[in-house]
Design a protein around this ligand. Sequence first.
Ligand code: SAM
Length: 482
Amino acid sequence: MPTYDPKSPKADDFINDEEIKATLAYAEENKNNRELIGQILEKARPKKTEKGCTCAGLTHREASVLLACGIPEVTEQIYAIAEEIKQAFYGNRIVIFAPLYLSNYCVNGCLYCPYHLKNGHIPRKKLTQEEVKAEVIALQDMGHKRLAIESGEDPVNNPIEYILDCIKTIYSVHHKNGDIRRVNVNIAATTVENYRKLKEAGIGTYILFQETYHKESYLRLHPTGPKHDYDYHTEAMDRAMEGGIDDVGLGVLFGLELYKYEFAGLLMHAEHLEAVHGVGPHTISVPRVKRADDIDPDAFDNGIDDETFAKITACIRLAVPYTGMIISTRENQSVREKLLRLGISQISGGSRTSVGGYAEKERPHDTEQFDVSDQRTLDEVVNWLMERDHIPSFCTACYREGRTGDRFMSLCKSGQILNCCHPNALMTLSEYLEDYASPETKKRGYEMVERELDRIPNEKAREIARQNIEDIRNSNRRDFRF
Ligand code: SAM
């Protein structure tokens, strides 16, 4: 019988079903316990220190109590604290990225994904290196600097060598003033040796969604293919870290299983990584199941409404204050708008989820992985963010300066973010404005840059940033960073 142990290398111990059930029972018992809830909220609140701000975070049990609580004023407090944490550690910056689909060949049988092996009518496509180049040029022409590459799992069509070749090609393309400076990777669970190769190829974050932490459901939802192996999938992040990747990204696909179960599992996974490797996940994504080729999201019983979705996001923000949170174009503009305030720090923009989609004039639908709800262009997304006082950031400095894993966390905790991330955001935004923005976006953007430069506390950093932005505006010099 597996027993709960966050330090164990075994999936059944660190994502322990008994512990999750006990957590849900504890949360249910205490969901109206105002005294306990008051203490949990107090613990979650960011505290000012001499150096800046710290935040204790919450355990999976504490956060589950907040999630279970239905008292409206408590929900309001959760939202208010989530906003406070967001402001304290991420300010008003939002990092921008785009997914790049390399191949939809897949040998798995995932019931929610249109790329599943038995789907005989979608065209199967794998980009050649020339096509990767064309996609990257199209993405650079939009202004992107950070990509997340996506691929189905197929050892024959998409072996690790193929993925590595694609990464090399992506980094090699320098079109006009453009380049891709960070490639995050979302591919199936693999071996330590392959993770080491990805690390050597210079990837940013390795992202792998758990889909569901509920083992029985996991096995049913992944009936065939290598992904059927729950333990191998759940222990993948440990292998990635063993292979030297210290930025890993977690996520569950909300809608497949009961959300409270997933929420506890997700936080236990984060606690496990912290306990074993001394650093939690770099990011957490919050995708929901979407309509796709032969996939009807209503076929899954556990869909969550927008309000619940917002509360989950805010509770994750309270539990893991130093972890970046990502939302994709699976969500529409209004959902994204609400979640941005509650803790999201990264969003995709101008996304196409089909293989080879960016180089096409019209948005192709035949190989799409899921319907894109937010179909605005990147320029529209950038403009919309600024209109709402978020700074769109194309920054990729941290991992290029070796600030990964716990070194990134220390930056977060040291209070140096306003002297480091803030100027980096403004400098990369200026690159975007100069090279890619529409006149309207450019005008709004430079007004924002002027305003925000004044918020850099350190005089020297402020002056350097101001000078670099002058250079960006008056020359082809690019890629300044702190
Ligand atoms: N093939 C890799 C794997 O299995 O982990 C990763 C790439 S897959 C293209 C990326 C993610 O898309 C999956 O982990 C899954 O959560 C998500 N996804 C699949 N079908 C989806 C759907 N119908 N709606 C929303 N997201 C979906």
